[in-house]
Design a protein around this ligand. Sequence first.
Ligand SMILES: Nc1ncnc2c1ncn2[C@@H]1O[C@H](COP(=O)(O)OP(=O)(O)OP(=O)(O)O)[C@@H](O)[C@H]1O
Length: 237
Amino acid sequence: MIEFRQVSKQYGSRGDSAGGSAALSEVSLSIETGELVYLSGPSGAGKSTLLKMIAAMERPSSGTISVNGQDIGRLGASGIPYLRRKLGLMFQPADLLNDRSVLANVMLPLLVTGASRADADKRARAALARVGLEDKAPAAPLALSGGEQQRVAIARAIVNRPQIILADEPTANLDRGTADKVMDALRAFHEAGVTCLIATHDESILQGARRVIRLEKGRVVSGAELSIGTGLAGAMS
Ligand SMILES: Nc1ncnc2c1ncn2[C@@H]1O[C@H](COP(=O)(O)OP(=O)(O)OP(=O)(O)O)[C@@H](O)[C@H]1O
């Protein structure tokens, strides 16, 4: 479960609200384990800021954020890798390392957390298979289409079997058919019990969505309340 209580974020200040406008203002919301939730709102509304705070890439200026009961505002430097191991992050569209193969990109999160090369190789190939790209393992990322690169980014985000996927504009710059494939891959993880929080401007994705949290100028204007009956029990561990 992800919970924000009265969270505000002011860039460039240390909790004092005197200077600049707030990127987020008193945001309170709960996301149940296993939910698929979209974040929408105009450019600058605070969507990326909200996602980054869940990953402790940005700290709240005030308020508290908890992930599975853990107050992440209180995490010390040693607790952050432990938090990130629960998370699959897709922050910039296709920020893949172009001097390495697709397989090497997907192996990376495993190698940095101490997996053996053989184990990382096996699990990275399995993750690529889940997004339908096992045959692209030896390719260079730049030899792939935009949608394929996004699916490699999904494989990299899920290779550690995260409990929560945070995706910022995963379909940006993709045509409709390719965007649909990327979304199908993300929905499949939701169906397997992974909590998914996806920021998007894509109205066609939002139309069919069960729960959308709308932000405007740093405030939640709708969707903060828990939707009834959407939580899937038993997140992947
Ligand atoms: N590192 C930063 N330093 C200062 N201000 C920032 C920083 N990152 C974001 N902001 C400001 O915080 C506000 C919210 O930005 P954020 O990127 O969270 O919005 P967004 O809804 O994700 O926008 P977009 O849809 O354009 O990606 C904006 O006013 C932005 O200019």
